[in-house]
Every structure is written in structure tokens, then in C-alpha cells.
Design a binder for this molecule. Structure first.
Ligand code: ZN
Ligand code: ZN
Length: 345
């Protein structure tokens, strides 16, 4: 039996979150209710906390990376039952719109986002249940499994980067969780040299431990000359921008070699514009790609890469805090004192 009330953290506007007692979400026939075992803090949550989110009207539950146990299933749900260990993505495509029909499920026109992982229970709507809920394989913990959603996004970005055996890959903004996942995938895809540009905070050593061949301190070193030195003056084959900063978007063009590829993965604030060096873009024959979100295919792939240990989740989870201390966890991430924090409701 599921209780009637639960603890949840409510987002009340920029800089304001509070723990509250609210009703456990009710479910429709195709939905499931999940008892959250672990929710992870994510860059999006930090951004929401700092400046709000265009899709979130306060007061609202939030948090979207989680894993847990099924507490209840709607009467039309056949493939899941109470007690199963599951992980769910935060959205699922409609499969009928213009973009879905063209295989761009990440751009689905009818997408909606499921928030509410920073709570004891979360409702998972039918569309997500049908496409993006997975059983957690034995041997994978809840906190590792909860990394599925951001990793699914990173996989889409890594595929766009088309890293080839022997490539030199620069990950700009590489000491954050997204950059550290890109690093692991670049190594798995056979990059010869992985150069991480980041901030020398508490997360700095994680990039080295995960196998980055070179670390560049964005505050004290000149990334352009360092990358030149490491690439015989040519620049990197691939640059992945995962800082979400306009100046780093612009910098990426100075770091890539002629004929190279840039993936703009990090999202700057809405309305941001950047200026791009057209000489480098045109005469350098560059390929530049923007990437957003994930698809059911990359969600499935993310789980298999975590289960097989190709992507290690443990080094990305720096601390564990109870739900009541979520704000502290968001601050730790914001200040670079933690890669990600596991929140235990
Ligand atoms: Zn996230
Ligand atoms: Zn669609």
C-alpha cells in the first residue's frame, strides 16, 4: 500500500527550494508509480535553481534523473509489476510527428518532460512507460542506473562527433559530469589523445583517473597554444563543447584542425548568440553540429554501457545526501565541489 502523503522538494523560483509534504501522485491506467531510491543532481537542476527553467512554473517538483522500485502500476500496464527495480528517462517521443517520422525522436514536437525525482515517489506517464522504462540489470546499483538519462544525451553527442580510431579529442568543459561522460566514450571509441579543458577544482582529478591524456587548466593556461603543442600545430580532430558557455563555443573554432568536427553539446542560456570566425569555418572546411536530448535508442544503449562497465558511474557521484539537504548538493555542484550528488529520499 502506498501512503497518501510524501516528502518532496519544491522549486519555488530562482534560488529557492524547500522541502514540503505533498500528495503522492495518482496514476492513470498506463502509468507506473516509482518509489525513488536515488535521484542524481544534474547541471539542468543547478541551472534551474540559479535562474529558473522555461518549462517549469513554480512552485513545482523537479529533478529528473532517478532509479527506484515500482510501487504501483496502472491497470493497463502489462510488462511491469510492483517491486521491480527500474530506471526511467524523463521523456519519450510521440512517434507520429514530423520529426519522429524522420527519425529525430530527440526533436519530437510533442515532447514533455517528467519532473519530480526529488521526492519519495514519482509518477511515470504511460508514454515513457511504453518506451523509456527499463529494468535495472542485477549488479547495477540504483545510483549507477540513475545516470542513464544524461548518458543517453551524451551518447547522441558522441555519435555526432563521429570519433575515429586514433583521433585527438578535446573536451572543453570536461571536468563536469557531461564532459567526464564524453571522455569515457571518446576513450571507448578509440581516441588516441584526450585533452580535457576544465577548472582546477575538486573534480579535476576525476578526469585524470578516468584516463584523460592531458588536462588544461582553463584559468591559468592558454588552451589554444597548449592544444597546438599537443597536435603539431594543427588542432584537434574533434572538439566537444560541454561547458555551455558562449566564449567556449567561440574558442572551439580555435582548437579544431582544418576538416575537423565540433559538437556544441552544452546549452548556453536562452537567447545567447555567438560570433564565429568565418575564415576558420569556411576555409577550414569544418563540420559543426548542435546536439540536444536523447532518443529511446540511446537510452537503451546508455543502460547497456553502464551495465557492462564501459561507462563508469561511480567516479561521477561525489557525495550522497538526504532529500532535506538537496540545496546543499546543488551548491556543491555549482561550486565544482562535486561532479554529481546522489540524493536519497
Ligand atoms: Zn539531467
Ligand atoms: Zn514526435
Amino acid at each position: 500500500m502506498v501512503q497518501a502523503k510524501m516528502k518532496a522538494v519544491l522549486y519555488r523560483g530562482p534560488g529557492k527550494v524547500e522541502i514540503a509534504e505533498i500528495a503522492v501522485p495518482s496514476i492513470c491506467p498506463g502509468d507506473i508509480l516509482v518509489k525513488v531510491k536515488v535521484a542524481l543532481t544534474c547541471g539542468t537542476d543547478v541551472k534551474t535553481f540559479k535562474r529558473g527553467h522555461h518549462l517549469l512554473t513554480p512552485p513545482s517538483v523537479f529533478g529528473h534523473e532517478f532509479a527506484g522500485d515500482i510501487a504501483a502500476v496502472g491497470k493497463d500496464v502489462n510488462c511491469f509489476s510492483e517491486g521491480m527495480r527500474v530506471v526511467a528517462a524523463n521523456s519519450a517521443p510521440c512517434n507520429t510527428c514530423f520529426f519522429c517520422k524522420r527519425g529525430k525522436h530527440n526533436l519530437c514536437e510533442n515532447i514533455f518532460f517528467n519532473w519530480g525525482a526529488f521526492a519519495e515517489y514519482i509518477r511515470v506517464p504511460a508514454r515513457i512507460v511504453r518506451q523509456n522504462v527499463h529494468l535495472i540489470p542485477p549488479g547495477l546499483s540504483y545510483r549507477e542506473a540513475a545516470l542513464v538519462e544524461p548518458l543517453a544525451c551524451v551518447i547522441l553527442g558522441s555519435e555526432a562527433a563521429d570519433i575515429q580510431l586514433g583521433d585527438t579529442v578535446v573536451i572543453a568543459g570536461g571536468t563536469g559530469p557531461i564532459g567526464l561522460m564524453h571522455l569515457q566514450l571518446a576513450l571507448h571509441r578509440g581516441a588516441r589523445q584526450t585533452i580535457v579543458i576544465g577548472l582546477k577544482d575538486e573534480r579535476w582529478t576525476v578526469a585524470g583517473e578516468l584516463g584523460a591524456s592531458h588536462l588544461i587548466d582553463a584559468e591559468t593556461e592558454d588552451p589554444v597554444s597548449r592544444v597546438e603543442e599537443l597536435t603539431e600545430g594543427r588542432g584537434a580532430d574533434v572538439v566537444i563543447e560541454s561547458a555551455g558557455l558562449p566564449q567556449v563555443w567561440e574558442l572551439s573554432l580555435e582548437l579544431v584542425r582544418k576538416g575537423g568536427r565540433i559538437v556544441f553539446f552544452g546549452g548556453p542560456p536562452q537567447g545567447t548568440t555567438v560570433s564565429l570566425n568565418t575564415d576558420r569555418l569556411h576555409y577550414g572546411d569544418l563540420t559543426i553540429k548542435g546536439v540536444f536530448h536523447h532518443t529511446p535508442r540511446t537510452v537503451e544503449k546508455a543502460l547497456s554501457l553502464l551495465a557492462s562497465g564501459v561507462v563508469k558511474a561511480a567516479p561521477l557521484i561525489s557525495a550522497e545526501l538526504p532529500l532535506e539537504r538537496l540545496e546543499e548538493g546543488l551548491q556543491m555542484m555549482r561550486e565544482g565541489r562535486a561532479v554529481k550528488v546522489a540524493i536519497l529520499p
